[in-house]
Design a protein around this ligand. Structure first.
Ligand SMILES: Cc1cc2nc3c(=O)[nH]c(=O)nc-3n(C[C@H](O)[C@H](O)[C@H](O)COP(=O)(O)OP(=O)(O)OC[C@H]3O[C@@H](n4cnc5c(N)ncnc54)[C@H](O)[C@@H]3O)c2cc1C
Length: 595
């Protein structure tokens, strides 16, 4: 709980123009042309964004401060978890609007909209109240796992109510001895003899593991079965509902699982982070025995994008706050002003901070939406080749999008505090909450370090590096080869070309060394991921500027200026990353020299 008892949230206005522009840049028009989306037109998409934007700005954004100050509370004797009253109303509006089901199949009551649209909605939700937005994120993870791996009967039983949000879902992976390394999971599942399983063990850090917003909570639990192989190969995934199938109606008996405590943590206080105890709880297998990791990756891949979105989401809220403050706060006289203290927004260094915030938000949003668009193409693209390439792009860039966007988000909230000066460090301003909330995103859903390892150790060398080279070629082909100093975008092209050259060389360096010098590759993995994110961000900022100047000259010049700022301020640093990427593991020997 924070020191301040002020429960006033800072305002938030959904950045609809920027969201729509980002969707256009990553190919919304092409997605809507796909046969699968014949029932969706641009008008429907704009209407959905507008309506959800109003819900987020007007109804949800006012609840995040109370969530921070009051938080979720446990009543230990009954093992029940209460969330702030304001959350109930906001969540009910989300459920009654059918927002959770928008991107899911009509067969289960969904709207079958492109999944990239749901990323835009998730961004607005997380801007408005990151802690509350985690509830649907986890539910979506459970839905994805059931859609891919559930039996027809399980889908029919669980999906309709998970889609509406009447029931919510969780991911129960982490244990005290099993965080990044899930191979250490000890939770056991024993066959009960009637096709069901008895689950026993303790899971920690379970987001929304227990709460009072929904009638039932469907836990997806990774557990080990008797005589299963050691490590991750022996894990299976189980559905373990809070109320079992026969007892879901009010008054039914509870499954033998409970929340034994809530973690006190740095941020997202409104999101209950639960220690869950399963005491021979009734569960049913999802997918294949020992197929738990594959099923878990289905949950995690979609969730990684949703967590990635928290970067620009919290960054956007921080930016709006910082911008407002900078026009109201008077300090110092700006050059050229004739009298009085000036609003701090007139000082070049404050302008630098504000533009750094807004452009990294834009760039990281574009990278995430680009992957989201590839998800739609991978599922519904018009040819097998299109689908295969799009899926390869999803696999390759998801770790980059998750890690780079969440690192950017945290850096942005830190700048937000800097813009407010001392007031930013004081809880009452509300900016400190942004920094505290955003800090978890680089940790959960696979730490950003693990994302970097996933990128260099699993994703780059797929098809002997053919997919990564294909993406780099695509970026290269979009940059004009001749220098045109009259083109206002030329500074961006120049820096993009340099960054791309560095990324290409570093990629080849990684591919060539992975088998023989694994530690050198791992030592440079995080810097390589940063270079990848920066280059993708720079590329998509260029596309954004090109797209918008082709549409309107006013918006065009704003986006060109933003693009050049991003290129000069951030993309220009990409070449320097070649050093830490390729320095190898020997530089880490410095650690062993520490006494
Ligand atoms: C608020 C919150 C909510 C969460 N929600 C959920 C949830 O809903 N469900 C769930 O199952 N879990 C959840 N988690 C757990 C979260 O996913 C883990 O904390 C995360 O995966 C990291 O695991 P760990 O904390 O054990 O860290 P560790 O695995 O101990 O890692 C510590 C550090 O070592 C690094 N490291 C570890 N292994 C390696 C390696 N092989 N190579 C290089 N570096 C390595 C990591 O990158 C990290 O920097 C949540 C955690 C928090 C704090």
């Amino acid at each position: 709980m924070t020191a301040s008892s002020d429960t006033h949230s800072t305002p938030y206005e959904a950045p609809l123009k920027d969201l729509i522009l980002a969707l256009d840049v990553v190919g919304l028009a092409d997605i809507l042309q796909l046969g699968h989306f014949h029932h969706v037109d641009r008008e429907t998409v704009l209407l959905a964004l507008d309506e959800f934007g109003r819900l987020a700005s007007k109804d949800i954004a006012g609840t995040d401060r109370i969530g921070d100050v009051v938080g979720a509370q446990i009543d230990r004797p009954s093992a029940s978890v209460e969330t702030p009253v304001a959350f109930h109303d906001a969540y009910q509006r989300y459920v009654s609007g059918g927002w959770g089901s928008l991107a899911y199949p009509q067969e289960y009551g969904g709207g079958d909209l492109p999944s990239v649209i749901s990323l835009a909605l998730q961004e607005m939700f997380a801007s408005a109240n990151m802690a509350l937005s985690l509830n649907p994120v986890l539910t979506q993870g459970a839905i994805d796992a059931l859609l891919h791996w559930g039996s027809t009967e399980q889908k029919g039983r669980f999906l309709p109510r998970l889609l509406t949000g009447e029931w919510t879902g969780t991911m129960n992976l982490t244990e005290p001895g099993a965080g990044s390394d899930l191979g250490e999971i000890q939770t056991m599942a024993e066959p009960r003899g009637d096709g069901l399983w008895l689950i026993s063990g303790t899971k920690i850090f379970i987001t929304w593991g227990e709460h009072d917003l929904a009638d039932n909570i469907v836990h997806l639990v990774l557990a080990r079965t008797p005589q299963a192989p050691l490590g991750t190969k022996g894990l299976s995934l189980f559905i373990v509902p809070k109320f079992t199938e026969s007892t879901v109606d009010p008054g039914g008996t509870r499954n033998s699982l409970r929340c034994i405590s809530l973690e006190e943590k740095l941020g997202i206080h409104g999101s209950p982070t639960c220690v869950m105890s399963f005491e021979r709880a009734e569960g049913e297998l999802v997918g294949d025995l020992h197929g738990g990791m594959r099923a878990m990756f289905t949950m995690m891949n979609a969730a990684r994008l949703s967590i990635g979105v928290q970067g620009p989401a919290v960054g956007e809220r921080a930016y709006q706050h910082a911008l407002r403050y900078s026009t109201e706060r008077l300090q110092g006289r700006s050059s050229g002003a004739t009298n009085g203290p000036s609003p701090i927004v007139e000082h070049p260094d404050v302008q630098r901070m504000l533009l750094s915030m807004s452009t990294t938000n834009q760039a990281s949003r574009l990278v995430l939406f680009w992957v989201g668009a590839q998800v739609d193409q991978a599922r519904h693209g018009s040819s097998p080749l299109d689908r295969e390439r799009a899926q390869a792009m999803v696999d390759l860039v998801t770790p980059v999008a998750k890690a780079w966007a969440t690192d950017c988000g945290f850096a942005t909230t830190s700048l937000g505090i800097q813009v407010l000066g001392g007031a930013g460090y004081i809880e009452e301003s509300g900016m400190a909450q942004r920094l505290r909330d955003s800090r978890i995103a680089p940790i959960y859903e696979g730490t950003n370090g693990i994302q970097a390892i996933d990128l260099v150790a699993r994703k780059l060398n797929r098809s002997d590096g053919a997919w990564v080279r294909s993406l780099l070629d695509e970026i290269a082909s979009s940059i004009p080869t001749a220098v045109d100093t009259t083109d206002p975008l030329q500074p961006s092209y120049t820096h993009l070309l340099e960054a791309l050259g560095t990324l290409r060389e570093s990629t080849e360096w990684m591919l060539a060394r992975f088998s023989s010098h694994r530690n050198d590759v791992l030592a440079g993995a995080s810097s390589y991921l940063e270079l990848f994110g920066l280059t993708m961000g720079g590329w998509l900022m260029v596309k954004r500027a090109e797209f918008s100047r082709s549409q309107s000259s006013k918006n065009g010049s704003r986006t060109v200026a933003e693009c050049n700022f991003f290129a000069l301020e951030f993309l220009s640093r990409a070449v320097g990353l070649a050093q830490p990427i390729r320095a190898g593991a020997s530089r880490l020997e410095a650690l062993s020299a520490i006494e």
